[in-house]
Structures are given as C-alpha cells and as structure tokens.
Write a protein that binds this ligand. Structure first.
Ligand code: NAD
Length: 366
C-alpha cells in the first residue's frame, strides 16, 4: 500500500529532518531535492527512504552537516579532494563544480573524492556534466558494510559499488537527450532490497544468497540480521564481468582516491561513505566535435532501428507498459520523471513510517 505525494511537499518534509540535525537551510533543501529527484527518476532505493539513515548517521556523529570539500592534491587537471564526511549531495556537487572549472581551463579533469557521505544517485553527477555537453565517467566505492559476495565466493565482502557513464548526444540544434548509464555492480541496488522488504515482495532468482551462502529470493536476508546473527549477500551482476567492474570501482574509487577499501567485518554503523574517481572530458577539446556528435547520433539511430523481437510484437507487450524496441540508458529515468512529476511519487507505508519515526527522533512532525 503506498501513498502518492507531490515532489515539492516531499522535499519540504524531508528537508525539515536535515535542518533539525544541523544542516543549513540551503544544504537541507539540496540534500532533500536530490533524494526526491531519485524518487522522481524511479530509483526509490536512493530516494527519501534514505533520509532516516542519514539522520541516524548525523546522530552517531559519523556524518557532518555543512561540510566543505578539502583539496589534498591540485596539479591543474587533476584534483584530489576529501569530502570531510559531509553530505554527499553537498560535497559531491562542490567537487563536481571544482572539476568543471578545470575542464574549462584544460579540456578535461581527473578528480577523486574520498570520505563523502552517501553520494546518492551517481547519475546526478553525470547529468550535471552532460548538461554542459561533457562526458563524465564515475567509479564509486561504498564503505558501509560488506553486502556483495565476490564471484566464486559465498559471503558479503564489499559494497554495491556503482559505476556511471554520461555521454552527451549530438550538438547544437541536433542535440538529443544524453546517454546516462548508472548502475550498482550488484544484481540490484541494496536499497531496492529494502524497498522490496518493506513492500513484502520476493525478488528475482539469482539476486541473493542467504546467510549460509545458499540461493534465496527473500530480500530480508540483506535487510535484517538472520537467525544466526549473520546477513546474506547480493550477487554481482554479469558473473565474472560485473564482478570485475565492482573490483575496479573499489580499486579506483576507494584505493586510488585515498578513501580506502573494505577489508573487515561489518561494524553496525548507520553511515554510508562513498569515494569516487571521476573523469570529465570536453569532447570539443579532444577532437573534431562535429565528428563525435555525428558519429554518436548515427550509432544510436542505428541501434534504435533494430526491430523488437517477434514475440514482443505479437504479444501486445506495450499495453502492459513493457517498452517495445531498443531503450537507451537514461530514457527510463526521464520517462518516470515525467510521469511522477504529474501524478506524484508513490511512498510505501513502511518508508513513510520510517520518515515519521525519524521526525519523532529529532522533534519534527513529518
Ligand atoms: P538499474 O538496475 O535500474 O539500472 C539503471 C541503469 O540502466 C540506468 O542507466 C537506466 O537508464 C538503464 N536502463 C534501465 N532499463 C533499461 C533498458 N530497458 N534498456 C537500456 N537501459 C536501461 O539501477 P541500479 O543498479 O538499481 O542502481 C540504481 C541507482 O542506485 C543508481 O542511480 C546508482 O547510482 C545508485 N547507487 C548508489 C550507490 C551509492 O553508494 N551511492 C550504490 C549503489 C547504487
């Protein structure tokens, strides 16, 4: 059972929680609107359902409101930044804007950001870059609890390490909506297991193993401690290939940034820290921009002209809202945004109760 709520109302309610734990008005709104945008984009796992956890993280003194990025390394086109345990939606944006200044100067920037609290939906950073017609690549490590099993292993050893690539498509009058590929390297994001658990749903086979390393489709194995006090784990996507990308995220996002890698048991903390390696490129400075734009559009048009499989065409799948034909990364989020801006955002009863409880903890009526 879920309730529909308009984005602006939700933003105000969630911002009040962050103000109550010490965020400035500006930071509270920035974090809340970022979470609401994740809901609008269809990623409820990274939406306002995270707010109670952020409140707990401030109360346990792991997350620092109103932090500013600290520059550790500055070589001109390379920046090594420390997020000082601030809200990722704040220090992450500060870090991207610093990188953008360097792209204007040098044509590209390699930026690492360590010790940011949860950066939320990484696609948000890629969208900041593609709106400037720049390419943006992100490798992110998660420092929270070991929730994903290595391919060939049987227990959780690392986080859901997201990877994201944003590419602008076309130029000038021929500009199209960008390609924004943004995903957790686990079969699904951990937050989606929280949402499924809250909604009492089972998940697809091949997503999870239980606390004994056996396959299961019960999301509670990664949401609540099991009978032996242990948790189950998510599996990486794409077998050895997805596992390889997850390891690269830990090595580039975690080790190279100075944020560190995960190699210990869970510590029970509520805070979720992210470290991120970002590469931003201005295509106009790397080569002939018209060729990049023309070739990109020629390729995506070629992909889009592939007809849907016969069985889809004859099954009337579109009536069931299953998209017919080829979808490009970024399209599903834009479609969901348009629908949810119009109709409101569905919030399930458990998530709503968690927001109400977080409000009670800090003296705010949600
Ligand atoms: P997902 O499995 O829904 O995949 C999303 C990606 O696939 C998007 O780029 C989307 O446009 C694309 N896509 C979806 N359907 C498609 C189709 N039919 N054809 C082509 N492309 C399609 O996402 P996820 O793995 O559940 O991740 C959700 C969010 O969680 C992401 O925004 C990610 O950044 C975020 N995340 C954050 C953290 C963190 O610690 N900050 C950790 C993990 C994930």
């Amino acid at each position: 059972m879920s309730t529909l709520i308009q984005a602006k109302d939700l933003e105000q309610k969630v911002a009040a929680l962050f103000k109550a734990v010490g965020s400035s008005e500006q930071e509270a709104i920035q974090v809340a609107s970022n979470l609401v945008l994740a809901n609008l984009s269809g990623h409820d796992s990274h939406g306002v359902g995270m707010a109670p956890r952020y409140v707990d993280a401030v109360l346990e003194k792991s997350l620092m409101p109103n932090a500013h990025v600290k520059t550790l390394v500055d070589t001109g086109s390379m920046l090594g930044l420390d997020g000082q345990r601030g809200f990722g939606q704040n220090v992450g944006v500060q870090a991207m804007e610093m990188a953008f200044d360097r792209v204007k100067e040098h044509g590209s920037c390699i930026m690492s950001l360590s010790n940011a609290h949860h950066l939320g939906r990484i696609g948000n950073f890629a969208e900041m870059a593609v709106s400037r017609h720049w390419v943006s690549i992100h490798f992110v490590s998660v420092n929270s609890r070991p929730i994903v099993a290595p391919h060939g292993g049987s227990d959780g050893r690392f986080g859901t390490n997201p990877c994201c690539i944003g590419i602008p498509l076309g130029v000038g009058a021929a500009t199209r909506e960008p390609f924004v590929l943004d995903f957790a390297t686990s079969m699904v994001a951990q937050g989606k297991m929280r949402v499924a658990h809250n909604e009492g749903r089972l998940v697809a086979p091949g997503t999870l193993i239980d606390e004994h390393g056996h396959p299961t489709n019960d999301p509670s194995v990664v949401v609540v401690p099991q009978s032996n006090g242990q948790m189950g784990a998510l599996l990486p996507f794409g077998q050895h290939k997805g596992f390889g990308i997850a390891v690269a995220c830990e090595l580039l996002g975690g080790a190279l940034s100075g944020g560190g890698t995960w190699h210990r048991q869970a510590d029970g903390k509520r805070a979720v820290f992210n470290s991120m390696l970002t590469i931003v490129i201005d295509p106009a400075r790397l080569g002939p921009d018209s060729s990049f734009a023309e070739e990109s559009l020629a390729f995506v048009d070629w992909l889009k002209s592939s007809p849907p499989p016969q069985e889809h065409q004859s099954s009337g799948a579109s009536k069931d809202k299953i998209p017919l034909g080829v979808t490009l990364a970024g399209e599903p989020e834009r479609q969901t945004r348009a629908q949810r801006r119009k109709n409101g955002i569905p919030i399930d009863a458990s998530t709503w109760q968690e927001l109400v409880n977080a409000g009670k903890l800090v003296g705010v009526v949600v």
